[in-house]
Design a protein. Structure first.
Length: 433
């Protein structure tokens, strides 16, 4: 209660919070501005049949479904950030050098990420537009004949939307509260909640037969709130590794120091990666053939569609692999060991150097093993829910909120709340001195 009072009694914090809400409102308004000459009904069916596009649409707050100027939103920038992070792992020496150059190197990496994000946005928009054209969808209004110039024009509008999203995300990070990129994604996810409630209400209350249908409606809502509480609890779970400092004298203001390791270090990235990989061949099927049950199309559908048993197993396996890969990327045992040595810190009972590195690697492996099970359950929940409750089409898209999206919302909410508390505390100290 004291923390809440401290936040809302601080004028500076309230200004930053108000600025953030204003920018988010402006962002939401732009998601309703359509691209000229586009018939949005053509893309609706494609999103319903493509899991990766469904995720992008969910993150953008249905901006992709409306094919607005924010169709790609901030997603290309996030993809570019992940790629740049991976390339820093001795894959491209120049990027590794930049990563070790402090603030100057960070600015170079940020510039590269933004450029790559814009390029990805343009490429994704072109692929989507060309794919719709090849698939025979009449998505361009009849007043103009499709031409290469028209495709480039539309892709450039979408790219401009991504550039605007990147700019306002940076504004929120610098002048508002929380991480701007994360908040834009959360804003998109939260705006999908009314749609989910509407779909469920229509299925079980409006068109339902009463009795059992009402029970299912209440059961689904209870399950979501249960998942929300479970995700919140597990996201707060930490394994605290005790840290001591060699240059700290006995009795000289000793405080507890530790290295916290999250249960889910990788976050939601492995799920996005796995969905992306599986969606590529499925997208090709959707673009170039209308009969997925024949020849190679049938087997591609069986292998890469995670609604089928083989595809589901492959989906889970990819998430497992990416969880370990990204966890060790985010918390590199070698770097942690080096940083501890530079700070004259050590783990009690463990020698500095290689022994510390191996100790952290083994511990991270065990924690990631548990975290991967948790992430697999979250990723499987929407699929299982779709089968159990017999969702289809637009209904199946509403249950995307059931796993990984909640993970994003909870993580960003905790991060933003922590920053608000820190900002309020800092302002209190400034007032004292």
């Amino acid at each position: 209660m004291y923390r809440i009072k401290a936040i809302f009694s601080n004028t500076q914090v309230l200004k930053r919070l108000g600025f953030t809400l204003l920018i988010l409102f402006i962002f939401r308004v732009t998601t309703w501005i359509p691209i000229p000459l586009i018939d949005t009904s053509a893309i609706t069916g494609l999103i319903a049949s493509n899991d990766f596009l469904a995720i992008l649409n969910n993150f953008s707050g249905n901006a992709l479904g409306r094919f607005s100027i924010m169709a790609m939103g901030i997603s290309p920038y996030i993809t570019a950030s992940i790629i740049v992070q991976m390339l820093q792992m001795d894959i491209i020496p120049v990027l590794k050098e930049w990563a070790d150059q402090g603030e100057a190197g960070k600015r170079k990496l940020t510039r590269l990420t933004r450029i790559m994000g814009l390029v990805l946005s343009f490429v994704q928009a072109m692929v989507l537009l060309l794919g719709l054209s090849v698939g025979g969808n009449e998505f361009i209004t009849s007043i103009l004949d499709p031409s290469p110039f028209l495709y480039v024009y539309m892709a450039l509008i979408v790219t401009a939307g991504t550039a605007f999203a990147m700019w306002i995300a940076d504004l929120i990070t610098r002048k508002g509260v929380g991480n701007g990129t994360s908040l834009l994604i959360v804003a998109g996810i939260i705006t999908s909640l009314p749609s989910m409630i509407t779909v469920l209400w229509t299925k079980y209350i409006t068109n339902g037969a009463g009795g059992l249908d009402i029970f299912f409606f209440i059961l689904i809502l209870v399950l979501y709130f249960g998942i929300l509480l479970g995700v919140t609890y597990l996201e707060l779970t930490r394994r605290k590794v005790p840290i001591q400092y060699a240059n700290r004298k006995a009795g000289q203001g000793k405080t507890d120091s530790n290295l916290p390791i999250k249960l889910n270090t990788a976050g939601v990235i492995p799920v996005i990666f796995a969905s992306t990989i599986l969606s590529i061949p499925m997208s090709i099927i959707g673009f170039f053939t209308s009969n997925a049950a024949s020849g190679a199309g049938y087997w591609i559908d069986q292998i890469f569609n995670y609604q089928n048993p083989i595809g589901f197993v492959l989906y889970m396996a990819l998430i497992l692999v990416f969880t370990f890969f990204y966890s060790f990327l985010m918390l590199n045992p070698e770097k942690v060991s080096d940083n501890l040595s530079k700070s004259n810190a050590y783990i009690p009972g463990v020698r500095p150097g290689l022994e510390t590195q191996n100790y952290i690697a083994k511990l991270l492996f065990k924690i990631t093993l548990l975290g991967s099970v948790y992430l697999l359950i979250l990723a499987a929940l929407p699929i299982i829910t779709t089968v159990v409750f017999n969702f289809s089409g637009a209904e199946s898209q509403s249950v995307i909120l059931g796993g990984t999206s909640l993970l994003i919302v909870v993580g960003v909410a905790m991060e933003t709340t922590k920053q608000l508390e820190t900002e309020a505390t800092n302002q209190e100290y400034k007032g004292i001195f």
